[in-house]
Design a protein around this ligand. Structure first.
Ligand code: NAD
Ligand code: ADE
Length: 460
């Protein structure tokens, strides 16, 4: 089963996957191991992920482990049609097309869940949301009565149609799921919210907060892929620009550093005094978006929050300001309000680059329609950092499956031993040589000679 743009694109997708595989050392060794041990033999695995070459390689590794694979894209703009075709060629069920409308997006998501997956890999939480909201709506239809945006309209309509056709389906599907592993910060926030309300329906592994994920992918991945996205989209010279980064969490730290390395003058905004002070110590100015409107040539949002750049902000920006988002979803920047701003004219410069001209004559350039610029205008993080993230995904899936009989519906992280192991096994590719603790040293600092080397409360 599949619904993709064009199966004949498979050879190009396959070449891209082969290319990234060489930069994903640990994931590669998992492919070999899984093809022998087959830890996922016979289980149905649904994935809602950025469907590009590195995630495609993760899919191949899980397939090698014996899973039947059902794949959709977690963001219509990051889906690569040739990569989707290559996965179909490998024998996976793929439902994803680049540029899908909100309705198509929700339909594709529903289709990968329709098969009744045993396990889910989610990036951003949309698969988890569809199942949880569907279950709520089966009991209380008012849960899907009042959509607030186009995406919600499509989501609610998908749920309503499913309930009408197959009453009780969401409850049955959610009950069959043995667990979800969640890739990113925003998806993890949603899981903890469900857990706190006592509404989480199945066990969940927080992959994001493995140190080898959030302190690598979110920081060092964005440090490379932000600028990659901006440059591919705009061809601008970053040196000499005034860049403003909203949010100085993990993603913000990587973004601010990379813009500085590209010789921008960089300011950041924060609501959290600790992160704001960290920014000061790293030598960045900290200020507000409002104060930077007549200063910045480039705004980047990284907060995972809403309404960070408002339509009013964009109406007051300098001419030719570039505006983009590398956080989550498309509501850090008020895109819908920008589009309906009185008298604003939209000119599409090329795919994922739109110029909005305001009635006073000034323009702003919006990248990737306000969605993730590194995945919409480029191809996400480099393979090496994704090898860390996706090795954690493999470990999380194995944990969920192994512990399926006893696991409770709660959010857990992977043990530190595994986190250290993921890092250890990537060191060789960097030419690094670890120092070994002596027994006396290990005893002195109160750890085991072979780790873990830090207590759980250590923050890196
Ligand atoms: P984080 O919590 O470490 O950082 C977010 C920061 O934004 C926090 O420090 C918070 O205080 C700050 N913030 C919140 N509201 C703000 C506001 N109104 N103004 C200024 N700052 C504000 O989270 P993170 O790991 O950096 O992730 C951020 C977002 O990026 C999430 O949505 C995550 O899912 C996404 N993400 C994207 C990618 C990618 O490749 N595009 C990779 C990893 C994470
Ligand atoms: N490539 C695939 N998934 C990604 C993600 N979550 N972040 C960045 N790049 C990616």
């Amino acid at each position: 089963m599949y619904d993709i743009l064009d199966i004949s694109l498979a050879p190009s997708g396959r070449d891209k996957i082969d290319w990234v595989r060489d930069n994903m050392p640990l994931l590669r060794s998992y492919e070999e191991e899984f093809s022998k041990t087959r830890p996922f033999e016979g289980i149905r695995l649904a994935l809602s992920i950025h469907l590009e070459a590195k995630t495609a390689y993760l899919c191949k590794v899980l397939l090698a482990g014996g899973a039947e694979m059902f794949v959709t894209g977690s963001n219509p703009l990051s889906t690569q049609d040739d990569v989707a075709a290559a996965l179909v060629h490998q024998g996976m069920h793929v439902f994803a097309v680049h540029g899908a409308s909100p309705e198509e997006y929700e339909q594709d998501l529903r289709r990968v869940l329709e098969i009744g997956p045993d396990l889910i890999v989610d990036d951003g939480g949309d698969a988890t949301l569809l199942l949880h909201l569907g279950c709520r709506a089966e009991k209380d239809p008012s849960a899907i009565a009042k959509p607030t945006c186009e995406e919600e309209k499509a989501l609610f309509a998908t749920i309503a149609a499913r309930i009408k056709r197959r009453p009780g389906w969401f409850a049955r599907a959610a009950a069959a799921v043995r667990g979800v592993s969640e890739e990113t910060t925003t998806g993890v926030h949603r899981l903890y919210q469900l857990e706190a309300k006592g509404e989480l329906l199945f066990p969940a592994v927080n992959v994001n907060d493995s140190v080898t994920k959030s302190k690598f992918d979110n920081i060092y991945g964005c440090r490379e892929s932000l600028v990659d996205g901006i440059k591919r989209a705009t061809d601008v010279m970053l040196a000499g620009k005034n860049a403003f980064v909203c949010g100085y969490g993990d993603v913000g730290k990587g973004c601010a550093e990379s813009l500085r390395e590209n010789h921008c003058r960089v300011r950041v905004s924060e609501v959290d005094p600790i992160c704001a002070l960290q920014a000061c110590m790293a030598g960045f100015d900290v200020g507000t978006v409002e104060d930077a409107l007549k200063w910045a040539n480039l705004f980047v949002t990284t907060t995972g929050n809403v309404d960070i750049i408002t339509a009013e902000h964009m109406a007051k920006m300098r001419d030719r300001t570039i505006v983009c988002n590398i956080g989550h979803f498309d509501d850090e920047i008020q895109v819908a309000r920008l589009m309906s701003w009185p008298g604003v004219k939209r000119t599409n410069i090329k795919p994922q680059v739109d110029k909005f001209t305001f009635p006073d004559g000034h323009s702003i350039y919006l990248l990737a329609e306000g969605r993730l610029v590194n995945l919409g205008c480029a191809t996400g993080h480099p393979g090496f950092v994704m090898s860390n993230s996706f090795t954690n995904q493999c470990l999380a899936q194995m944990k969920l499956w192994k512990e399926r009989a006893s696991a409770k519906p709660q959010v857990v992280r992977l043990p530190k031993e595994l986190d250290e192991e993921v890092a250890r096994l990537h060191l060789a590719a960097c030419g690094a040589k670890l120092t070994k603790l002596t027994k006396r040293q290990a005893d002195y600092i109160g750890v085991n000679v072979n780790g873990p080397f830090k207590p759980d409360y250590y923050r890196y």
